[in-house]
Design a protein around this ligand. Structure first.
Ligand code: MG
Length: 312
């Protein structure tokens, strides 16, 4: 692998990380955390989701969080502020609020699709098409990422076949998604499977394949990230302190830990733009705002090794 290549991390903690948190993080605490994330050099942050508050109460303040995050552009002009949206209504709220980019989950397994979105897989692909048509008709550009959820297994349906993922990815590329992401929503993937699915999807949609979203349910999260990296993936979702999970995917646990991922990528010569010491400060800000939530991650427990050298 060549050194000093770029690798992008999208911090999804303020969305995925908080959606099943047992206690609520206040709006000012969330904004302080997002500011600390930006200060650490993270270039892309998924700040929340436009879903009905009765469904995910932790996301009720997404409009306010979006506005507050956009105010950070004065100091961090390159920051990409992303929100998750499940439907056209969410897309309209995100657009009107000024979001730079949106991500839309599309389950590969029917069971998760019904449970999470109350729609079939094909109905959700059709919704993505409607969203993209609406977004494209607006004066401002807003890239749309479509994420193949449960792409590596489902806690409701069990096995998800690679052909199913390829079919959904192709449908999303055809619908006009700027990028198609692969998400191990429940954290059942293993490295060989990551390689197989990445190859198969890339063979179908080429460089429309974007990043990967991994969970650490079975302890293979960072190994799976490495497998994706070896397959040429250069965009990763992760969560500070490994928070996260899906309320409609029983058994899902936290995302891969941003701190550990940055340590791996930078040590291997991939420049993330993120300052590891400042990232640990952002972790402390998270803990201050959400003291009851368990914090994961090996690098933060060990401390930054004396041998560590950032990529660039
Ligand atoms: Mg997730």
């Amino acid at each position: 692998m060549s050194t000093r290549e770029r690798a992008m991390i999208c911090e999804v903690g303020p969305r995925d990380g908080l959606q099943i948190a047992k206690t609520r993080m206040s709006t000012p605490d969330k904004l302080a955390w997002i500011e600390a994330i930006a200060a650490a050099g993270v270039g892309e942050i998924e700040i929340g989701s436009f879903v009905p508050p009765r469904v995910i109460p932790q996301m009720a303040d997404t409009g306010e969080i979006l506005a507050g995050s956009l105010r950070l552009l004065d100091r961090y002009p390159d920051l990409v502020v992303q929100t998750l949206i499940p439907n056209l209504r969410g897309a309209q709220a995100a657009y009107e609020g000024g979001a730079h980019r949106v991500s839309i989950p599309v389950s590969v397994s029917e069971g998760h699709s019904r449970s999470n979105l109350n729609r079939s897989v094909d109905e959700q692909i059709a919704e993505v098409e409607r969203i993209i048509a609406w977004v494209r008709a607006q004066p401002r550009a807003m890239p749309v990422l479509a994420a193949c959820s449960t792409a590596f297994g489902c806690s409701i349906d069990g096995v998800v076949r690679t052909e199913q993922v390829v079919r959904v990815a192709a449908g999303l590329a055809e619908a006009g998604a700027d990028q198609v992401m692969l998400a191990d929503t429940v954290g059942y993937a293993h490295p060989a499977q990551i390689k197989e699915v990445v190859r198969a999807v890339r063979a179908e949609i080429g460089d429309r394949l974007g990043g990967i979203h991994l969970h650490d349910t079975c302890g293979l999260g960072i190994a799976n990230a490495l497998a994706a990296l070896e397959e040429g993936v250069r965009q990763f979702d992760s969560c500070i302190a490994g928070l996260g999970g899906c309320p409609y995917a029983p058994g899902a646990s936290g995302n891969i830990v941003t701190e550990d991922l940055v340590f791996m990528l930078e040590s291997m010569g991939f420049a993330t733009g993120i300052d590891l010491a400042k990232l640990l400060e952002a972790r402390a800000v998270l803990h201050a705002g959400l003291p009851a939530e368990p914090m994961h991650g090996q690098l933060p427990k060990a401390g930054i090794p004396r041998t560590f050298k950032a990529a660039a």
